[in-house]
Design a protein around this ligand. Sequence first.
Ligand SMILES: *Cc1c(COP(=O)(O)O)cnc(C)c1O
Length: 472
Amino acid sequence: MWNVEEFMRAATVTVDGLATYVDESQRGLPPVLRRRPPRELAERLGLARWIREGGMTPDSYADFLAAYLDEGTRLHHPAYLGHQVAAPDFPAALADFVHGAANNPMAIYEMGASAATVEFGVLRWMLDKVGFGETGGGVLTHGGSLANLTALLAARAAAAPEAWTEGVPADLALLAPASSHYSLTRAAAILGLGERAVMPLDVDELGRIDVARLPEALERVRRAGRRPMALVANACSTGTGLYDDLRGVGEFCAASGVWFHVDGAHGASALLVEEHRHLLDGIELADSLIWDAHKMLRTSSLAAAVLTKREGDLDAAFQQRASYLFYGDQGFDLIGRTVECSKAELGLKIFLNLAWRGERGLGDYVARQYATAHRFWELAQERPGFECPYEPESNIVCFRYGTADQAVIREDLMADGAFHLTSTEVGGVRHLRITVMAPATDDKTLEQLLDLIGERGGPRADRPYPPRDVLG
Ligand SMILES: *Cc1c(COP(=O)(O)O)cnc(C)c1O
């Protein structure tokens, strides 16, 4: 049994520790990340001893927690410009805490009536935002990769209903731009189509689907003796943060009877912003869509929605019968729609953020992050040596500085914890890449990043990067 008093002391230690951690992070006081090697880190955290001996108390836990947080990556830090992972808002953090204690694993209604009902309510809200309305169906799952797999499973069930029992026909194809997230190719392999069934769509120089050339792509698929199972568009693409023309692609798919899947893992949250909603124009034409809450709706990892235009399509994805779980009137079970059996109380995280901030507040966050990224693009343009291959549409920006190896620039900025950023290829050329996730990132942070790259790299193309003497 819990010693409730001990729990309350430990919980207070946790709240205090996290409050200090988030406050210092937001103010950018410590480095955004540390890069201590695992052996040394295990030593600092006393892992071997704790595992061997146990006996942690609220006091020793306080020390452990402080070290644990200190050695991690600070997503709330203004200099966090790395991967597309949210600096969670605190209502969502409270939901994780509640789930950790109550653990209503939600596989079936009787294991968590409120958790299931909250998930259902959140899904109805999302379906409404997308324009799938009353006829749509959805489920929350542990992440975008699993969500893509689930949506494509629904597409497979529509194209080849016999695949569940008989195995996968050899002629299915998945059409997707090469800029798609790797989870789509993985899904094709997991679904038994094989990676080679993923046939690339023609794209422009920035990796966006060339709508005018879709008929040719379909023709290629048919000439290869294959049947299109689904066609994928990005909203937005992971690498560049650019949106495909959903209306153009959607109309083509509708006219040619091809399942239209939209990967909105990162960018579907722009639906909440009047000013950016046009980026998702045509989304209601999709047969299926995924939307991550742990990216732009500020929940912790992972909470992703799979949404289908027709509810029955999602139910058809898993044709497995486990009748004791599907009992009708006394509630509903979403277990028939997920890879998972038990799953976390994912709806609560999204719901509490919504309940606290309102749809408006969540939209304002998205708008602010998109605006900050746009500001970075403007600032970079004004400086010598910086090149941006396109005007950003979201909170993801790609750029290059000088002619040095961009990966070395990134490595240098990360080495002393000054900034956390990523890199990607655009048009076959390595670029630096920032994703503006933390609310604490402002114009000043962006100027500092540009200054630092300029100072350390120097404006001269002939100088090797970085000049070690200025690193101190
Ligand atoms: C992040 C991302 C994914 C994968 O989502 P996870 O939740 O990390 O599994 C899929 N597609 C796109 C476009 C993404 O940006």
